[in-house]
Ligand binder design. Structure first.
Ligand SMILES: Nc1ncnc2c1ncn2[C@@H]1O[C@H](COP(=O)(O)OP(=O)(O)OP(=O)(O)O)[C@@H](O)[C@H]1O
Ligand SMILES: [Mg+2]
Length: 364
């Protein structure tokens, strides 16, 4: 019976993959005791730097790599020790797309999408019908008779997605599927993956080293480092309150909202008021709350730096303000702000304060 929405569709239990040593280097623990559940119907992100073990982890799901310890359960089937023959139906339920698209250059677009259907023994008429439907879905019906060499990267990945969906899998694995694409094309392909998830109900696992990918489409995320999952949870929570250094580094690559020390220096020189950075997210402070606090204390706040973006479709970022007010009102406004969100006080040119205090959440 297929896994119901919200239940575990991919379960890793202390899963490990150790590669034997190459040369004089010892063995490589590419995946080192990973326990996590991917839920049916979600878009799950696996993020980490090069060599973290992301690809190896997802390759355990369709048994392109076999575990050397622990287990991986896919749609109720424990893959541990399964024969190639018994793996076949499991693999049929899993589609995969790649960074380099892996299209057959000798076949047209339609020929590429048709290929897995031929392998699965579909008749010519059935294949023609299914290929048309798939190319329509991914938006390249007009390219059916074109060869891959004539396509842009984004179009190639659409073919890759159509091919991966041909035999109606329940799971789609996307390993760096947008890493070879420019930012705009990346967003188009991510939007398509979101449709695959929402309209077809397919569980999507995206492997990436790009924070933007996770930010745009993932419901939950696992952060990997040295073969281990070091942080796991709701994408918004993980990125709005990162606990691990590696996670913080990803957040700061996606959001250039926090001023660097050099920028802070310039802001203080340029403005006479108190320079303050306040966090904006929907867990602690909203920009409306910030405005409200400042007004209550009769303090003027001018935005001098910052940015607000979306993580998992919710607001996230920070604003750097110049605060100007009478007497103790700025101090009182600061206390009010600290009650609703995280605040970094950079001081003024004559009384500068160093960032990096405990209160600065994104410091590292
Ligand atoms: N077939 C293999 N034989 C030996 N070592 C391997 C093999 N495949 C991967 N590794 C090693 O396992 C570790 C994890 O590799 P993996 O490809 O899973 O990382 P990754 O997170 O996908 O990296 P990238 O972002 O560069 O794709 C690396 O140290 C890598 O060199
Ligand atoms: Mg990889």
């Amino acid at each position: 019976m297929p896994t119901a929405a919200g239940e575990t569709i991919i379960g890793f239990r202390d899963a490990a993959k150790v590669f034997p040593g190459r040369g004089k280097g010892g063995e490589v623990r590419a995946v080192d005791g990973v326990t996590l559940d991917v839920r049916a119907g979600e878009i799950f992100g696996v993020i980490g730097y090069s060599g973290a073990g992301k690809s190896t982890l997802v390759r355990l799901v369709n048994a392109l790599e076999r575990t050397t310890g622990g287990s991986v359960v896919v749609d109720g089937t424990d893959l541990t020790g399964l024969s190639e023959a018994r793996l076949r139906p499991v693999r049929a339920g899993i589609g995969m797309i790649f960074q380099q698209f892996n299209l057959l250059s000798s076949r047209t677009v339609a020929g590429n999408v048709s290929y897995p259907l031929e392998v699965a023994g579909w008749s010519k008429d059935q294949r023609r019908e299914r290929v048309r439907e798939l190319l329509d879905f991914v938006g390249i019906a007009d390219k059916a008779d074109v060869y891959p060499s004539k396509l842009s990267g984004g179009q190639k990945q659409r073919v890759g997605i159509a091919r991966a969906l041909a035999t109606t899998p329940r799971i789609l694995l996307a390993d760096e599927a947008t890493s070879a694409l420019d930012p705009e094309t990346t967003q188009d392909v991510l939007a398509l993956l979101q449709r695959v998830n929402r309209e077809l109900g397919i569980t999507v696992v995206v492997v990436t080293h790009e924070m933007d990918v996770v930010r745009s489409i993932c419901d939950r995320v696992a952060v990997m480092e040295h073969g281990r999952v070091v942080e796991l949870g709701d994408a918004y929570q993980v990125f709005s309150a990162p606990r691990q250094d590696v996670t913080r580094r990803f957040v700061s690559t996606a959001l250039k909202d926090r001023p660097s020390p050099a920028v802070i220096e310039r802001l203080r020189a340029r403005h006479t008021g108190r320079i303050v950075t306040v966090g904006v997210d929907d867990v602690s402070g909203s920009s409306a709350q910030v405005t409200h606090v400042l007004r209550r204390h009769g303090v003027d706040g001018t935005i001098v730096y910052g940015g607000i973006t979306e993580v998992a479709e919710r607001p996230y970022g920070s604003l750097t303000l110049e605060l100007v007010g009478d007497g103790t009102s700025v101090e009182e406004a600061l206390a009010g702000l600290r009650a609703v969100t995280d605040v970094v006080d950079h001081g003024t040119a004559s009384a500068p304060r160093d960032a990096g205090d405990a209160e600065e959440r994104s410091a590292s």
